[in-house]
Design a binder for this molecule. Structure first.
Ligand code: GUN
Length: 282
C-alpha cells in the first residue's frame, strides 16, 4: 500500500479551513514567518507556507532580512512579535546564517507562539507527556502512521536520524503511543539488521535510496522523510531515503517522495498555527 500523504494532507487542510471559517469571533489566526538571507530551498518552503496558509484562511506575513542582519536586531523583531497580540504564530525559517546562534534565537520566541515546537519549553512538555506545540514534520509522520495503523501500541519502531527537528520529537510521540522505540543514527552499528525486525521505520538522514529490500520485511511500514535532489540518467529528480521503486512491493506500506511526508509537514504547520491561536485567543 502506498500512503497517500497528498490526500491525507488535503483532508487535514479541509478540516482546518472548516474550523477556521466557524471561529466564533472576527479574529483570524495570524502567522509571521521570518526569512533571513537568500537560501533557495528556504525561499521555496516559505512561499509554499504562505500559499497554504491563505488557502485555509490563515493570515500570514513574511518578514525578510538581509543575510548580514545582526543577532540583536533579530531578537528585537521577535520580541516585538511576541508582544503583538494580533500575531499568534512565529516561525523563524532555518537554517540561519552562521553568525547567528540558532538556539538563542529559538529560545526568544514565546513558547505559545512557537508553531515549530522547537522552544525548550515545548520540547520539555512533549517529552513529559504534557500538552505541547509539536514539530511539524514528526507530527505529520505521526498522523500518517495513525491513518495507516491506528493502534500503534506495542509496535517496534526504528527511527533513523536523531535531529531535534525530526528524530527526537518523533521518538517522544511514539513512546506516548506505547511503541518500543529505537533511535538509530550515523554511529549505530548494524542499522540494516536492526531495521529488518521493525514494524515501522521512520527515516530522515538525507541519503538517497539508502533503504533497500535487505532492510525491510513484508509487514514493514516505511515513513520516508528524506528529500534528496539527484540526477539519474540525465534527469534531475527528487527521491527519498528509501528506494521506493525497489521496495514498494516488499513492504506493507510506504510513503512516496514526493507526495508523502512533505505535504503533511505544511498542513501540520497550519494545524499548529490554529492550535497556537486557540491557546491565546480565549
Ligand atoms: N527548515 C527546514 N525545515 C524547517 C522547519 O521545520 N522549520 C523551520 N523553521 N525551518 C526549517
Amino acid at each position: 500500500m502506498i500512503i497517500d500523504g497528498k490526500k491525507i494532507a488535503k483532508d487535514l487542510r479541509k478540516n482546518l479551513k472548516n474550523e477556521i471559517e466557524n471561529l466564533k469571533n472576527n479574529i483570524k489566526p495570524y502567522l509571521v514567518v521570518i526569512l533571513i538571507g537568500d537560501n533557495t530551498a528556504s525561499k521555496i518552503y516559505v512561499k509554499n507556507k504562505e500559499k497554504s496558509a491563505s488557502e485555509v484562511g490563515i493570515k500570514s506575513k513574511v518578514i525578510k532580512f538581509e543575510v548580514n542582519i545582526n543577532e540583536k536586531d533579530l531578537i528585537n523583531k521577535i520580541e516585538d512579535l511576541n508582544s503583538d497580540t494580533s500575531v499568534h504564530g512565529i516561525l523563524v525559517q532555518l537554517p540561519l546564517p552562521k553568525h547567528i546562534d540558532e538556539r538563542k534565537i529559538i529560545s526568544k520566541i514565546n513558547p505559545l507562539k512557537d508553531v515549530d515546537g522547537f522552544h525548550p519549553v515545548n520540547v520539555g512538555n512533549l517529552s513529559s507527556g504534557n500538552d505541547a506545540m509539536i514539530p511539524c514534520t514528526p507530527l505529520g509522520c505521526y498522523l500518517l502512521l495513525k491513518d495507516t495503523i491506528q493502534n500503534l501500541s506495542g509496535k517496534n519502531v526504528v527511527i533513523i536520524g536523531r535531529s531535534n527537528i525530526n528524530g527526537k520529537p518523533m521518538a517522544q510521540l511514539l513512546l506516548k503511543e506505547n511503541c518500543t522505540v529505537t533511535v538509530a543514527h550515523s554511529k549505530t552499528k548494524n542499522i540494516e539488521k536492526i531495521c529488518q525486525h521493525a514494524d515501522i521505520i521512520v527515516v530522515a538522514v538525507g541519503k538517497p535510496k539508502m533503504i533497500n529490500k535487505d532492510w525491510v520485511n513484508k509487514n514493514s511500514v516505511v515513513i520516508d522523510v528524506g528529500i534528496n535532489r539527484i540526477e539519474e540518467k540525465g534527469f534531475k529528480k527528487i527521491v527519498g531515503d528509501a528506494d521506493f521503486e525497489n521496495i514498494k512491493n516488499e513492504v506493507s506500506a510506504i510513503t512516496p517522495v514526493p507526495g508523502g511526508v512533505g505535504p503533511m509537514t505544511i498542513a501540520c504547520l497550519l494545524k499548529n498555527t490554529l492550535k497556537a491561536y486557540k491557546n491565546q485567543v480565549k
